[in-house]
Design a binder for this molecule. Sequence first.
Ligand SMILES: Cc1cc2nc3c(=O)[nH]c(=O)nc-3n(C[C@H](O)[C@H](O)[C@H](O)COP(=O)(O)O)c2cc1C
Length: 182
Amino acid sequence: MTENNKHIVLGVTGSIAAYKSADILRRLKEKGFKVSVVMTKSAEHFITPLTLKSLSDQEVFTELFDDGSPAGEMPHIDLARDADLVLIAPATANIVGKIANGLADDLLSCIVMATKAPIVLAPAMNTQMYNNKFFRENKDKLKSAGMTFIDPIEGELACGDYGTGHLVEVDDIVEAACKVLN
Ligand SMILES: Cc1cc2nc3c(=O)[nH]c(=O)nc-3n(C[C@H](O)[C@H](O)[C@H](O)COP(=O)(O)O)c2cc1C
């Protein structure tokens, strides 16, 4: 294990590829990063917070409005401030659209809005969605704003189509995250 003092906020969104976030988390932990997992409501349909909590040995953040938070703690600001990198993998068309349009209606989008850390997104989606004009415009907007995209690859998709939209290999995501951090 390579010890380092970098903190990665790993955002997990509602893609069929969300199960791969378990492997991404494991690899980042192996590299010695502190990893705080933030899941959207949709992501919880694909992988449970308990799975990621067990792998990360830490609380998994799912709620923007958490009545159980100790007074004075605001995860959407605290995580945003403390992050060295926000990595969203997999990233849905929806989160890309929300970020591109300045929307902040859940914990993950609020963190993105509030952070000064670099942001890396690994989209995964159906090919038609990936080629959608509005998705492309949103993606280009975020790239122009300095965010890094790890583009999906061609392959068999969960919907049965073959095309571009498959989440890249976990190693490529981890490598891209390390590159941005360094
Ligand atoms: C079975 C299933 C698979 C989905 N897979 C994807 C996907 O891979 N990529 C994507 O952008 N949206 C996908 N969606 C749609 C998203 O879950 C939906 O847009 C959701 O609102 C995303 O919310 P989030 O961005 O807050 O996680 C899928 C939906 C379903 C029902």
